[in-house]
Structure formats: structure tokens, C-alpha cells
Design a protein around this ligand. Structure first.
Ligand code: HEC
Length: 144
């Protein structure tokens, strides 16, 4: 019995530590994957625009972009700023600003969808450029 109790005390902090590490890195991995997907989707969208192909696939691309940014702010819990992440802890102190940037991105993606449906390439180019400039504005502030 004594032995079991000692074992418990030796192991529990370790297990606890491993668990939090697992949770942290999972959410970090998830947000990195979503940015990589975003990167690919942006270049796919760029190709579509260059070829003036405003079809269902283009709508699909922008709705994936929109969804990425609807979910994105939820992938930054307070305990996910250690290890491989490049996310700045500034996010914790300025969630309003961070969420607003993500939201702006989602809105622009939504407007891009409307432009595709209206077959308005000039409007689409404006929203697409807005999307590209918001990458930089968020990274320069919230990525180390
Ligand atoms: C709302 C803020 C925000 C916006 C907008 C944003 N990003 Fe990011 N991005 C981040 C943060 C924060 C990280 C770092 C995440 C981490 O390392 O945990 C990141 C990381 C990345 C990465 C690296 C992923 C990896 O494998 O580590 C790529 C690529 C990327 N972003 C592409 C883009 C592109 C392209 C856009 C615009 C179309 C964009 N991002 C818009 C916040 C943003």
C-alpha cells in the first residue's frame, strides 16, 4: 500500500505535465495546419482570379478561407504560448484586436464570395487584396 502511494506521488506530476503538453501542442499544430491550408487556398484563389474563373469552386475556396477565420481565434487558449509556437503572448492581452483582425478577414472572404456570385471580378480583386494585406497586419503584430 505504502509503495503504491509513493508510486502515485512520483508519477502523477509527470502524467499531469505530459497531459498539458499534449493539449498545448495539439492546438498549436491545429492552428499551424489551418494557416498552411489558408496559404494554399489563397494561391488557389489567385489562380482562379488570374484566369477569371468565377465558378462554384472559387466560391468553395473563399468559404473555406472564411471558415478558417471564424474558427481561428478559438485556437489560442491562454496555455498555448510555449514551445514551437510563434504566436505572440500579445494575443492574450489584446484579444479584442486579434479577434477583430480575424473577423475582418472572415468578412472580406464573405464579400469575396458575394463578388464571385455576382461575377464582379473588379470587386473580387479588391476583397482578395484586402485579404492579402490582412495577413501582414496580423503577423507583424501577433507573430514573433
Ligand atoms: C488574425 C491574425 C492572422 C491573420 C489575419 C493571418 N495570420 Fe497567419 N498566423 C497568425 C499567427 C498568430 C501565426 C503563428 C501561429 C503559431 O505559430 O502558433 C500565423 C502563422 C502563419 C503561417 C505559419 C504556419 C506554420 O506552419 O507555422 C502561415 C503560412 C500563415 N500564417 C499564413 C497566413 C496567410 C497567407 C494569411 C493571409 C491570407 C494569414 N496567415 C493571416 C495570425 C494570422
Amino acid at each position: 500500500m505504502k509503495f503504491l502511494i509513493i508510486l502515485f506521488f512520483i508519477h502523477s506530476p509527470l502524467i499531469g505535465h505530459e497531459n498539458t503538453d499534449l493539449i498545448d501542442s495539439k492546438v498549436v499544430e491545429e492552428r499551424m495546419t489551418s494557416m498552411q491550408k489558408l496559404n494554399k487556398l489563397m494561391s488557389l484563389a489567385n489562380k482562379k482570379i488570374k484566369k477569371s474563373q468565377l465558378d462554384d469552386e472559387t466560391v468553395e475556396i473563399f468559404s473555406k478561407i472564411e471558415n478558417i477565420f471564424i474558427d481561428y481565434p478559438s485556437l489560442f487558449p491562454d496555455d498555448s504560448f510555449q514551445g514551437v509556437t510563434k504566436a505572440s503572448t500579445d494575443i492574450i492581452d489584446n484579444r479584442d484586436v486579434f479577434n477583430a483582425l480575424a473577423n475582418e478577414h472572415a468578412i472580406n472572404a464573405g464579400l469575396a464570395i458575394e463578388s464571385v456570385k455576382a461575377e464582379d471580378i473588379d470587386q473580387l480583386k479588391i476583397y482578395f487584396n484586402n485579404l492579402y494585406s490582412s495577413c501582414k497586419s496580423c503577423h507583424s503584430r501577433f507573430r514573433n
